[in-house]
Design a protein around this ligand. Structure first.
Ligand SMILES: *Cc1c(COP(=O)(O)O)cnc(C)c1O
Length: 245
């Protein structure tokens, strides 16, 4: 498919790849060590196909109703599918059916549901522990804030070891590492440094759990500087998302 949309995607993809290259050079890292996940949520299945023909290997989705048919429409392509949205335990079975990597594991109940669903499906998805990077989450760990709600999803840093052990001891789940979203209006670099510290602590117990999924269209440079291994970029490549509906 070499239509006008393909050319538009190619141009924006080239821009993002150049940003990653520059950020890597500044950080003394190799861009080859970074995985770009193109977040295709709200965009049609044909865009996934166009992106694959432009060399994209990893795509991200956040709503299972949308991801499942898109995956089916592109079943002939070799792509790694990432589920990056908040996940209810009762959707575990559906998501395990198509997701290769699940970025939003943040509760023991969800680990149990994913473990059961993966065993039944005969699949072994990689799980990332989503960490709440709001500084209030650290305060909640220290007992300073009561009722911190974690509205954007994510476990408190202090909850990560227990969650990681639960994932690692589940025979059908692979512990991959951590994921985080910088808090709105906050300092992205500081947030990603906090995530890197959680990752370092995690790797003491689980040396293979090296993934750090951080950085989106607006803050991928800060994520690269802080040591991210996976970037989740939507808008900068696909354009502003059309309204859901
Ligand atoms: C939508 C989304 C992204 C991509 O955000 P952009 O700003 O469009 O690049 C990354 N991560 C998560 C968790 C998302 O929901």
């Amino acid at each position: 498919m070499r239509d006008a949309r393909s050319r538009e995607l190619e141009e924006r993809l080239d821009d993002v790849r150049a940003r990653i290259e520059r950020a890597s050079q500044r950080a003394g890292r190799s861009a080859a060590d970074l995985t770009l996940i193109v977040v295709t949520k709200t965009w049609p299945a044909e865009d996934v196909r166009r992106l694959a023909s432009l060399g994209v290997t990893d795509v991200g989705e956040n709503r299972h109703q949308e991801a499942q048919p898109k995956r089916e429409a592109n079943a002939d392509l070799t792509l790694t599918w990432h589920f990056i949205g908040q996940l209810q335990s009762n959707k575990a079975r559906a998501v395990v059916g198509y997701a290769d990597v699940i970025h939003s594991v943040d509760r023991l109940r969800l680990v149990a549901a994913l473990g059961r669903a993966a065993a039944e499906a005969g699949r072994v998805p990689t799980c990332l522990i989503q960490v709440d990077l709001d500084p209030a989450a650290d305060a909640a760990d220290a007992g300073k804030v009561v009722g911190h709600s974690g509205a954007r999803g994510g476990a408190r840093p202090g909850e990560v070891p227990e969650l990681a052990d639960a994932v690692a001891s589940s025979p059908h789940l692979q512990l991959g590492g951590v994921m985080g979203v910088a808090p709105l209006g906050g300092d992205a670099r500081q947030a990603f440094d906090r995530l890197a510290a959680v990752s370092e602590r995690l790797r003491r117990d689980h040396p293979a759990a090296v993934v750090i999924s951080a950085g989106m269209s607006g803050d991928l440079e800060q994520a690269v500087a802080a040591g991210a291994t996976h970037l989740r970029v939507g808008t900068a490549i696909l354009g502003s998302r059309p309204p859901l509906g």
